[in-house]
Design a protein around this ligand. Sequence first.
Ligand SMILES: NC(=O)c1ccc[n+]([C@@H]2O[C@H](COP(=O)([O-])OP(=O)(O)OC[C@H]3O[C@@H](n4cnc5c(N)ncnc54)[C@H](OP(=O)(O)O)[C@@H]3O)[C@@H](O)[C@H]2O)c1
Length: 273
Amino acid sequence: MRIIFIGGGNMAEAIFSKLNDKDIVVVQRNLEKLGKLKAKYPHIKFITALDFTTNPDDIVFLSIKPYDAETACEEIAQYTKNSTIVSIVSGITCYTLSNWLINHKICRTMPNTPASLGLGATAIYFTSAITQQQIILDIFNKLGKVYSFDDEDKINQMTAVAGSSPAYVFYFIESLIASAVNQFGLSPKLAKDITLQVVKGSLSMIESNSSMTIEQLRSNVTSKKGTTEQAIKVFEQYNFNDIINKAETACYNRAKELAQLFGSQNATGNEKV
Ligand SMILES: NC(=O)c1ccc[n+]([C@@H]2O[C@H](COP(=O)([O-])OP(=O)(O)OC[C@H]3O[C@@H](n4cnc5c(N)ncnc54)[C@H](OP(=O)(O)O)[C@@H]3O)[C@@H](O)[C@H]2O)c1
C-alpha cells in the first residue's frame, strides 16, 4: 500500500510529515518547491506528474486548491480508477469528485494545519464504497483528533468550525498584541510574549478544570463592577458573538458556493455516492 499525494503544498506537508512509517509518493510540479521538499524528506519519493497506475490498496490524497481540482483530476483519472481517494479540498463534493475521477471510492476530509504538530482536528466523511476506512482513520489519528460524520454537509460546516478556525484564533491573538502595542506602547516583542503566555495559561486553565464550564472560568475573573467586566461589556456592546456567528456562516457558505461553482449536482452533499 502506498500513500500518494497529488499536490505537495502546506496541508499535504502537514500530513505527510507525520507519516514516517509509510510508503509515500508526492506529486509536486513546481521544481523549486520539489527540490526543497526532497532535501527535507529524503525518505519520500517525489515526482512531477503521476505516470503510473495506482493499485487498489493505494490511497490517493487530493491536496490541491479547489480551483486546480478539476484539471488535476483529469490528469490523474486514468491512473487512479481502482484506488481509494481521500480529498482534503475545500467545498468540492464527493459527487463531483467521483464524476471527475470516474471512481466512487471517495472520502472527504477537512483537516487543519495544527495537524503538523499532532494537534489537528480532522472531520471525515466516507462514501459507502470505501473499504479502507480504518487505514484512513489511522492516518488521521496520527495527526490529532478525528471526528467522523455520516452527512457530507457536515464537512462544509467543519470547514468553518475546524479547518479555517486556526486563522480566527491567530487573528484574535494578533488583535490582542496590536492593542497592547498601540494603546499602551509595549514593544511588539513584549506584547507578543505576554499575550502568548495569557493564551497558553487560559487554555491550560480550561484543560485542567474540566469540571468547570468555560463560562464559569470567565465569571470567576469578572468581578461585578470590576475592571474585566468593563472589557467584557464592550465585547457584548459590539456583539462579539454575532461577529463570530457571521464569520463562521460566511466560511460555511463559501464552502457550499465552491461546490456549486465547480458543477456539483449535489451542493449540500447529502447524497451518498
Ligand atoms: N491550509 C489549510 O489550513 C487547509 C486546511 C484544510 C483544508 N485545506 C485544503 O487543502 C487544499 C490544499 O491547500 P494548501 O493550503 O495545502 O494549498 P497549497 O499550499 O497552495 O498547495 C496546493 C498544491 O497543489 C499543487 N497542484 C496544483 N495543481 C496541481 C496539479 N494539477 N497536479 C499536481 N499538483 C498540483 C500545487 O503545486 P504548484 O506549487 O506546482 O502550483 C501546490 O503544491 C485546499 O483545497 C484547501 O482548501 C487547507
